[in-house]
Design a protein around this ligand. Structure first.
Ligand code: SER
Length: 336
């Protein structure tokens, strides 16, 4: 008899750690976590953790014989900057890894005659604006606009969204009997900022890096221009969005892919927020031309009205509450 569980891949990453903290307190099923790296000690007792690779087909085959997954949160990915340095590896992890997990979910949905819920974090990187004039003109993008990513990571995310829709709607479409298909749901996240972890390999990292450096009394040279505007969200809201989307009745969802966002601000505004909390912070701007090019192609705001309408999405933390009530107090505590 297979054990029922929720599978979280990329569990040691920023979203993974926050999701395990939340789900281990609020969820009713055991958590199975998978990552190339071990988990921080304080999370180890909250789940069964496997150190392994999403590209290891033998490992996935073994997990399928032992567990019945009610839901899969497939978080494992190489982020955008890292992916530009190793595009072929990024494609393997981000696309082949997602394909492998979709196949696990497809097979399990079929075997048990009930859809496995497959939750996939996508990204603002799925968008690609051609220049800053268009970015300023079409500031608030809808899901179907400007799907022209300029990064390997963005291409991978956009394609995997489509793969997920394929597996949930069209898989085995020529066979006489249609199998029970998986239930694919995806969020396009803005830059995420956690009070407890720092990102690595992303291009929205300047926000969290600036804040965590200031809290540690370290100088920080921001790698984008002061006037760069991007949307951001507190990590706690990101996890709530994933859980809320996973729990939404299937009939209420008019899309498989939803934008979610909280606040947009320029890098200079971000610095000013950091200075309000840490007045001695030493923050300079030393734009990196290549990384600047990536953020310039990403929208300044996301239109998340579909998520608000269909499943009642609303961030708990807007700009001021995110800094004053979630980020600054917890970051102070972390480094004190
Ligand atoms: N935070 C991601 C990155 O910068 C975008 O989703 O790569």
């Amino acid at each position: 008899m297979r054990k029922k569980a929720i599978l979280i891949t990329g569990a040691s990453g920023e979203i993974g750690q926050a999701l395990i903290s939340n789900l281990s307190q609020t969820g009713s099923l055991p958590l199975l976590s998978l990552d190339l790296h071990s988990l921080p000690q304080e999370l180890m007792s909250r789940c069964t953790h496997i150190v392994g690779d999403v590209l290891d087909h033998n490992l996935l085959a073994r997990l399928v014989t032992e567990y019945e997954f009610e839901a899969i949160y497939h978080l494992a990915a190489l982020l955008s900057t890292r992916s530009e340095y190793s595009p072929e590896l990024a494609h393997q992890v981000n696309v082949d890894g997602t394909m492998a997990l979709l196949q696990v979910a497809a097979e399990q949905s079929q075997r048990r005659g009930k859809p496995v819920t497959f939750i996939f974090p996508s990204s603002i990187a799925a968008y690609g604006m051609p220049n800053l004039v268009v970015k300023a003109r079409d500031a608030r993008v809808k899901e179907w606009q400007w799907n022209n990513p300029t990064t390997m990571y963005g291409c991978n995310k956009l394609y995997c969204e489509q793969l997920g829709i394929y597996y949930s709607k069209h898989y085995q479409q020529l066979s006489a009997t249609r199998p029970t298909m998986l239930d694919f749901r995806s969020l396009r996240f803005p830059g995420l900022i956690s009070a407890y972890t720092t990102p690595s390999g992303g291009t929205t990292d300047y926000g969290p890096e600036m804040l965590h450096a200031a809290a540690q009394g370290k100088p920080y040279a921001c790698f984008v221009r002061e006037d760069t505007v991007l949307p951001f969200m507190a990590m706690t809201d990101a996890v709530n969005a994933l859980l809320k989307l996973a729990a939404a009745p299937a009939g209420s969802l008019s899309h498989a892919i939803y934008n979610v966002t909280s606040f947009s601000l320029s890098a200079a505004d971000f610095r000013d927020q950091v200075l309000r909390a840490f007045p001695d912070a030493q923050i300079t701007f030393e734009p990196d031309v290549q990384r600047q090019g990536i953020v310039d192609s990403w929208p300044a705001e996301l239109d998340d009205s579909a998520a608000r309408y269909d499943w009642g999405w609303e961030p708990e933390y807007g700009l001021q509450r995110a800094f004053d009530e979630y980020l600054v107090p917890n970051i102070r505590r972390r480094y004190s």
